[in-house]
Design a binder for this molecule. Structure first.
Ligand code: NAD
Length: 315
């Protein structure tokens, strides 16, 4: 059968704000033929499926329905956006442990039906680096096929803010955020450029302004959550971008969270570095030249993640 006639299916586990917004963005692209929605709250998944289906006369054909895990069998990408929010009085570590427990159930169900030859697991739920690592351990799938959305979102925020400052299209800004998707993340100033020109060579480059842009990038989720309770539009589009790279085997360089295998001397931890993403998931991690300060920051970030991994019970 020619490739283009095979239906491409994306399964979304967790159809809350992030999962449903991603489904909506994906539906508009016309990129896939099937979107299946799974949630512990079946009524919620059903309601989202109904609402999305009512938009079908305005987009290219796509089938969308709520279902159980058996439908993961035919999925090319399974996006996991299920999770509990922090409860009053609950520590961050308690939340991590709770989300790992939720993930354990989900991975057991997914791997019962999905095949590691066909599917890619894409984790979004937070803390994403810890949960992507746990998903890799729990699934037993090859690490390249278990990806965290990582700092793809943070990198987008960074490029937007730099584009705004330097008055250029954010798509022409090449700059990455690496490490943890969280407080210890690291900006890569040494390789940041616009159209090949290092940022420092622009006349309005200013150290304090750059530091402020990074602080705004790192703290963006706090600001948005404070203002409206949750973030979901930009992450929805970031997920579309990752899924596009996978389904079309684009081999795009994206700062996804992936298993470190000796990269920069790091092992046995998931974190973000620019990596080549295609139909088999993460194909390879780029060996980008980093400044001494960036290497130190990356190791510090890996240390934070390792400390959490050591404290949670995964299997
Ligand atoms: P939400 O509360 O709106 O939705 C969570 C959904 O998960 C709910 O519909 C709930 O019913 C479902 N769920 C809970 N337990 C489940 C289980 N065992 N099986 C199936 N479904 C289950 O939350 P949200 O705003 O959509 O956020 C979802 C996750 O995404 C959170 O962990 C959030 O921190 C994370 N997030 C990550 C990024 C990123 O860049 N990685 C960005 C934004 C949000």
């Amino acid at each position: 059968m020619p490739e283009y006639t095979r239906p491409s299916r994306v399964a979304i586990v967790g159809t809350g704000l992030v999962g449903a917004t991603f489904a909506y963005a994906l539906m508009i692209t016309g990129m896939v033929s099937e979107i299946v929605l799974i949630d512990a709250n079946r009524e919620r998944a059903h309601g989202e499926a109904m609402d999305l289906n009512h938009g079908l006369p305005f987009v290219r054909p796509v089938r969308i329905w709520d279902c159980d895990y058996a439908e993961c069998a035919e999925a090319d990408v399974i996006v996991i956006a299920a999770g509990a929010a922090q409860r009053p009085g609950q520590t961050r570590l308690e939340l991590v442990q709770r989300n790992v427990s939720i993930l354990r159930d989900i991975i057991a169900q997914v791997t019962r039906h999905a095949s590691r030859e066909r599917s890619i697991l894409l984790i979004v739920s937070n803390p994403v680096d810890i949960l992507a690592y746990a998903a890799w351990k729990l699934s037993g799938w090859p690490a390249g096929r278990v990806i965290g959305s990582g700092t793809v979102l943070d990198t987008a925020r960074f490029r937007h803010l730099l584009g705004q400052y330097f008055q250029v299209d954010p798509r022409s800004v090449h700059a990455y955020i690496i490490g943890e998707h969280g407080d210890s993340e690291v900006p890569l100033w040494s390789s940041a450029n616009i159209g090949g020109i290092p940022l420092t060579e622009f006349e309005n480059w200013d150290r304090a302004a750059m530091d402020d842009i990074f602080a705004q990038t790192r703290d963006a989720a706090y600001a948005i959550i404070q203002a409206k309770g949750a973030t979901y539009y930009a992450i929805g589009l970031a997920l579309v971008r990752i899924v596009e790279a996978i389904l079309h085997d684009q081999r795009s360089v994206l700062s996804v969270s992936t298993l470190m295998n000796g990269d920069y001397g790091l092992r046995d931890v998931y974190l973000s570095l620019p990596a080549v993403v295609g139909r088999r998931g993460v194909e390879r991690v780029l060996d980008l030249p980093l400044s001494q300060e960036e290497v130190v920051g990356l190791h510090r970030s890996a240390g934070v993640l390792r400390e959490t991994i050591a404290q949670v019970e995964i299997i």
